[in-house]
Design a protein. Structure first.
Length: 438
């Protein structure tokens, strides 16, 4: 039987899709591209915004349209938040929660009585070793943490990812996975989670990640760095409050850690941060940026910002815009606020009109392009270590491109790469002459 997958949303979802794929491969299914005709379609959904919900529904209906006789399965966060909407959707044949992803193959086989048409187990003896990790040819993601208990007023994640329950992968299991990756030739790993800063909270008597001061996370990073063959370690989004002098003093001692930090801000205005239930001020966030720059040379500092949060005035928006100019980030992910049913923000008075949100988003996106260009320009003519990832074409010319430690996308002309014997999944020091911001 042919099965196809589509993933929406965060890197954690991509990790979990890859794990689901392997469950089905090991049971004799043929995994095909989502664009192909398949017997089963699995859509790993997202619900972080209304747009994400709509995209999830669109992809579910697209799958059923491709093959009306197929089994269409929705999994993930949209399933957790959708409620009666899913029951009313005739395109959905089955729906499973985030927790059910772990044994979804067994559940689907049982639900639709598929055992009789699958290959016998003995025919699977030649199956390749299970691959536990989603990857981008050269970069692999490992979900070492799940769940969030921060309960920001705009966010559904604590409700759809275990109702505030925190779960961390034991260090020994993380290292086992990392060793497998190194044995397969991966040079870079990304440690990711729904709230990565809470890694290890469930190991401790402390219930607050701030009180743990990042020690469990530091421990797993150190152990990961000891694995031979792994040359780079990236961290996914971090809660700003985990960044302390003590944390940075230890982190900078691990040379494999990339100086690339994504610290979610959400607003550059303190009154908006309070309404969001974010537990820091803009002054505190700014000091954290200064601390990182004290310990790491020219780090890539990126963030998320929501515009049009309930009751956000023109004055509050301008405070955010001016604050972003002051702290000099290298990139910003801009989101228009989207009410999520069941959150406190969804019932707040003063919902901002869609056209106002769009206008504010366009302003910040234009500013962000300038910040990115300024940061990129600082690398021109310098020597940088690049992990090459793919061949691309720009203006009729081929380039071998990859990223340096600070996630700046750098390329060399294909003829130069051939002359220097550069190839995908290799790290080389090059003089920067061509950059390709995304």
């Amino acid at each position: 039987m042919k099965i196809a997958f589509l993933t929406l949303g965060c890197k954690v979802n991509f990790y979990e899709t890859e794990k689901m794929m392997e469950q089905f491969r090991l049971k004799g299914f043929e995994v095909v591209e989502f664009a192909e005709k398949a017997d089963i379609y699995v859509i790993n959904t997202c619900t972080v915004t209304n747009i994400a919900d709509r995209k999830s529904r669109q992809m579910i209906h697209r799958a059923k349209k491709k093959n009306p006789g197929s089994i269409v399965v929705a999994v993930g966060c949209y399933v957790e938040s959708g409620g009666d909407k899913l029951k009313e959707d005739a395109a959905i044949d089955a729906a499973f929660s985030n927790k059910e992803k772990e044994n979804i193959a067994d559940k689907i086989i049982e639900r639709f009585d598929l055992k009789r048409i699958l290959e016998a187990p003995e025919k699977l003896s030649g199956q390749k070793e299970q691959c536990d990790f989603p990857h981008e040819r050269t970069r692999a993601y490992i979900k070492i943490q799940d769940g969030c208990n921060q309960f920001c007023t705009y966010c559904m994640i604590p409700y759809v990812r275990g109702r505030g329950t925190l779960m961390s992968m034991p260090v020994k299991d993380v290292i086992t996975h990392v060793r497998r990756l190194a044995n397969r030739g991966f040079k870079e790993v990304v440690l990711t989670g729904i709230h990565l800063s809470s890694y290890g909270v469930d190991f401790s008597r402390e219930t607050n990640f701030v009180k743990l001061k990042g020690k469990p996370l530091l421990d797993v990073i150190r152990r990961t760095a000891e694995v031979e063959g792994i040359e780079r370690i990236r961290l996914s989004s971090l809660e700003p409050r985990i960044i302390t002098e003590d944390f940075l003093k230890e982190l900078v001692k691990i040379p494999k850690v990339c100086p690339h930090f994504h610290l979610s801000l959400q607003s550059g205005c303190d009154t908006v941060l309070q309404r969001m239930n974010r537990h820091y001020t803009t002054v505190e966030y700014g000091k954290i940026m200064e601390m990182i720059r004290k310990y790491f040379d020219n780090p890539a500092l990126t963030t998320d910002v929501i515009v049009g949060f309930p009751r956000e005035t023109d004055v509050e928006f301008e405070k955010t815009r001016n604050y972003l100019k002051q702290i000099c980030l290298s990139d910003i992910h801009v989101f228009q606020y989207s009410p999520r049913s069941g959150t406190r923000a969804a019932i707040m008075e003063g919902q901002v009109r869609p056209e106002v949100k769009r206008a504010r988003s366009e302003i910040l996106l234009a500013d962000t392009k300038q910040y990115q260009e300024k940061y990129y320009s600082g690398f021109m003519g310098k020597e940088e270590r690049v992990l090459f990832e793919e061949m691309i074409k720009r203006n009729g010319k081929d380039y071998l491109v990859g990223h340096n430690e600070r996630y700046v996308r750098i390329g060399v002309p294909a003829e130069e790469a051939e002359r220097m014997h550069y190839d995908v999944n290799e790290i080389h020091t090059v003089t920067v002459r061509h950059m390709f911001p995304k």
